[in-house]
Write a protein that binds this ligand. Structure first.
Ligand code: AMP
Ligand code: ZN
Length: 301
């Protein structure tokens, strides 16, 4: 198998492009895909720093690595969720990555802030763990970005994540979620940090290949709380479709974005007209979901 571009031995087959690449040509292609996502989505520029949310998994560490190679000014943000050995290992991976490259990293720990990990917070507030975890992450990403002067937060969501989410939203016909599903969420006139997903054009397989080629170490195991999550079934189904019809995931998700662009040229901003009376972040009601959650979790009954 030879590289389609330079005819040296290939290291990766790319059925969705009916091609194969050697190491340098693959990396050049991958960086171009990310640069294309950033510029076509007007995600950010080299003028302002980007806060990269890094979990310790392969996608967010690859994203950080790629943004540095592309010349963006970045800092990392890691939230230690307090899920035993899993969180300990995740923080170690992120610190190892940042230290080896001399990068700025912000770490916050739920145990230190609340005296509880995310599992206990979810239990105390009677919320499903993944939903409580999502609410908390969104709040802290926004809070820390605003406090530290980062207009943009980038996460490592990839094409598989976005296509699986789209499939889930379609299966349940969650139209309001479909409207909001976008790799760029507006900053609502500076009330929020803008949320962007620069890896949305790249399938997980290609990001995994990038981490191997660049010897990026990451936490391999999935979060123990996500066991049995429906998203894994959606991803498996999409992988089967991809196998039968290379390019299916890309057509599915990027086709959706194109259709949406035609119907809503700019993604509708989240209608968050109120200010939370407790934390001051934009919300739809008097108090935001995060503050209600924390109040329930920390109120001794
Ligand atoms: P997940 O929701 O776990 O699939 O993660 C999606 C993205 O959210 C990751 O690629 C990261 O960018 C970010 N993220 C998830 N967990 C954390 C964490 N503990 N600290 C910082 N960022 C995170
Ligand atoms: Zn609040």
């Amino acid at each position: 198998m030879k590289c389609r571009r330079c005819k040296t031995p290939a290291v990766i087959k790319m059925p969705r492009h009916n091609t194969a690449f050697c190491d340098p040509c693959f990396q050049e292609y991958l960086l171009k895909q990310v640069e294309r996502a950033i510029s076509s989505g007007k995600m950010f520029s080299k003028e302002a720093p980007v806060l990269v949310a890094v979990s310790g998994g392969k996608d967010s560490l690859a994203l950080w690595d790629i943004l540095i190679k592309l010349g963006y000014e970045t800092a990392g943000l890691h939230l230690n969720l307090g899920i035993g050995a899993y969180s300990k290992r995740s923080q170690q991976m992120v610190e190892q990555f940042a230290n080896a490259r001399g990068l700025a990293l912000i770490v916050e720990s739920y145990q230190k802030s609340y005296g509880l990990g995310v599992i206990e917070i979810a239990e105390e507030s009677a919320r499903p763990a993944c939903s409580a975890c999502g609410t908390m992450k969104r709040h802290h990403f926004n809070r820390i970005a605003m406090e530290k002067g980062f207009p943009v937060v980038a996460t490592g969501h990839n094409l598989d994540d976005e296509a699986a989410r789209l499939l889930g939203n379609l299966l349940k016909w969650q139209v309001s979620y479909l409207e909001k599903q976008s790799p760029v969420l507006s900053d609502d006139d500076g009330k929020w940090a803008k949320k962007v997903r620069p890896l949305y054009r790249l399938p997980e397989r290609e990001i995994a290949a990038y981490t191997i080629l660049n010897r990026i170490e990451y936490v391999v195991e999935e979060c123990p709380m996500s066991k049995g999550a429906k998203v894994f079934a959606y991803k498996e189904t999409l992988n089967q479709l991809e196998e039968a019809s290379p390019g299916a995931k890309h057509q599915f998700y990027l086709g959706f974005l194109k259709q949406k662009e035609a119907s809503f040229p700019t993604p509708p901003p989240a209608k968050q007209d109120e200010t939370c009376r407790t934390c001051g972040q934009p919300t739809q009601s008097e108090q935001c979901g995060y503050c209600r959650l924390i109040e329930r979790a920390t109120t001794v009954s």
